[in-house]
Design a protein around this ligand. Structure first.
Ligand code: AMP
Ligand code: MG
Length: 504
């Protein structure tokens, strides 16, 4: 395993070069073997666990790594903070896979940096395990996401409200460039660094947009870059909405330009459908509620646009005229892809007239009846069969002309409309639903129960069997395994008193 650090080469204004702080007693708890293999990291947790614990605690540097803390700013709940940065993370460097894609390797919880402010630079074990579980589940659900390569216990206590076991989590991402990274330089009116950052981001994420060696970055390239970033955010947010994911802290420093889910601090999964669902204890105004996420990504992308304007044209009006239609198109794309995804959840391939009402009416019923989002689609697919559809539709045509709509309940009415829509290809609809609707998601109450036992058993004997059993199921969310049913239930109290927190 050999790293380089391309980001470090951008220069001093981009990061602080700083070493991880060693930990007392590193023990490898989780090692993501498939992810390691995809990066050609050929270590096994069985044979090399001590070496891996040294590397992924930060106690020993991997060959070629140059640890840095990256600088960034960010709008937090709408308020701009010009100075955030990695306060407890070290970007060790990058590794390039066989397809030529470079991946950042970053330690989190590995000690303080210039950007730590009052923080201790550390991470508690619970949130590290939670990030591992959630991001693996999301990856398997087909959601673009950063992933965890390892979790190493430090053998040291981390002090939050009480002492907790500490950990270092290793995050893999195509980059850690955030909207807030652009904001950092824009706030400082550092145009040269903004250009360097944009060229770097193009090289890393959109090599097809690169210009010839030695040529300066053009305004047109920056416009194309922005369009490409927008294109990455559409599948991100649409897939969150597909599986019921609530990010919880969509600040601009937690929005990666790669379109990968990043920062699993206060995230949660929705149970019964309601667009206002929020679990984060600090999101008092519900800014980041489930149903606001499309709006917020547009707001965040507008903040990225603000930063790019001076690179597009010296005349701000001209630059704005180039950017504004892209943001409008983005809004349209998000809406179109959202409804397309929602009709896919109903087994319909292509969006056509009346489908938007069909979707919205279903969601209205689900909200009113407090129906579980995941289970509802699984049940609809499970009960779907040609005979039933034919039967309902035959009854309906026999009753044609009789105005009995008022007598049918809303649900039956909706079901008949849906059956009419998919009647020509019921088995095709069933197949599409099976691919679009997960049988199981990483439900909050299961994740929390597993974390509680994992932390206790870690202190006693490092037994993570509950966690590993859970992972084995959520890593195949579209397949009914023997254990799947253990994790499909909605919480009996609807997670009414469930609150998530930022401080990992
Ligand atoms: P987050 O809430 O994880 O998005 O973090 C927001 C900012 O606070 C980032 O600059 C983090 O690096 C910093 N931060 C969070 N926790 C700590 C900590 N324990 N020590 C130092 N900095 C932290
Ligand atoms: Mg963050």
């Amino acid at each position: 395993m050999k790293l380089s650090n391309q980001y470090h080469q951008l220069g001093k204004s981009f990061s602080q070069q700083t070493l991880p702080s060693p930990v007392a007693q590193p023990v490898l708890l989780l090692w993501n073997e498939p992810l390691a293999k995809s990066l050609s990291i050929n270590y096994s947790s069985q044979e090399d666990n001590e070496q891996l614990a040294q590397y992924f605690s930060g106690n020993q540097l991997i060959d070629g790594s140059t640890p840095i803390a990256q600088a960034y700013s960010g709008h937090q709940f709408g308020h701009f903070n010009p100075q955030l940065g990695d306060g407890r993370a070290h970007l060790l460097g990058d590794i390039t896979d066989k397809q030529g894609q470079s991946w950042d390797v970053q330690l989190k919880g590995s000690g303080t940096s210039f950007f730590s402010r009052q923080g201790d630079g550390r991470c508690a074990l619970g949130p590290a395990l939670r990030e591992y579980m959630m991001s693996e589940a999301m990856f398997a659900l087909g959601v673009p996401t950063t992933r965890c390569l390892a979790v190493v216990a430090t053998g040291e206590a981390v002090y939050r409200e009480r002492p907790l076991p500490g950990a270092v989590v290793t995050r893999i991402a195509t980059s850690h460039i955030r909207v807030g990274t652009f904001q950092y330089f824009a706030a400082r009116k550092d145009i040269e660094s903004l250009k360097k950052l944009t060229s770097f981001a193009i090289g890393r994420h959109f090599p097809q947009l690169k210009v010839a060696e030695g040529e300066a970055l053009s305004g047109e390239q920056v416009v194309n870059f922005f369009a490409a970033v927008l294109n990455k955010q559409v599948p991100l947010v649409v897939s969150w909405l597909r599986v019921g994911f609530i990010h919880g802290v969509m600040n601009t420093d937690n929005t990666a330009i790669s379109g990968e889910t990043i920062d699993y601090g206060p995230c949660a999964m929705m149970n019964h459908y309601h667009s206002d669902t929020v679990f984060s204890s600090i999101d008092r105004n519900s800014r980041y509620a489930f149903g606001n996420q499309s709006k917020i990504i547009q707001w965040n992308m507008a903040r990225l646009a603000d930063c790019l304007l001076p690179l597009i044209d010296e005349d701000e009006d001209i630059a704005l005229a180039k950017i504004t239609p892209l943001l409008q198109q983005f809004a349209n794309d998000l809406q179109y892809r959202y409804f397309e995804m929602m009709v896919n959840k109903l087994g319909i391939n292509e969006l056509s007239d009346g489908d938007i009402d069909l979707v919205n009416d279903l969601l209205g019923i689900m909200a009113e009846m407090k129906l579980d989002y995941t289970q509802s689609f699984v049940t609809l697919a499970g009960n779907l069969n040609q005979a039933e559809v034919d039967n309902v539709l035959a009854q309906q045509s026999a009753e044609d002309g009789v105005d009995d709509e008022a007598e049918q309940d809303k649900w039956q009415q909706w079901l008949s409309r849906w059956y009419v829509r998919i009647a020509t290809d019921v088995s095709g609809a069933k197949d599409l639903m099976a691919k679009t609707n997960p049988l199981v998601i990483p439900r909050n109450h299961h994740v929390e129960a597993i974390l509680a036992t994992s932390q206790t058993s870690y202190q006693e004997n490092a037994d993570l069997s509950d966690l590993n059993n859970f992972l084995a199921v959520v890593q195949q969310p579209y397949t009914q395994l023997d254990n799947t049913h253990n994790y499909q239930d909605a919480p009996s109290d609807g997670d009414e008193n469930y609150h998530t927190f930022c401080g990992t």
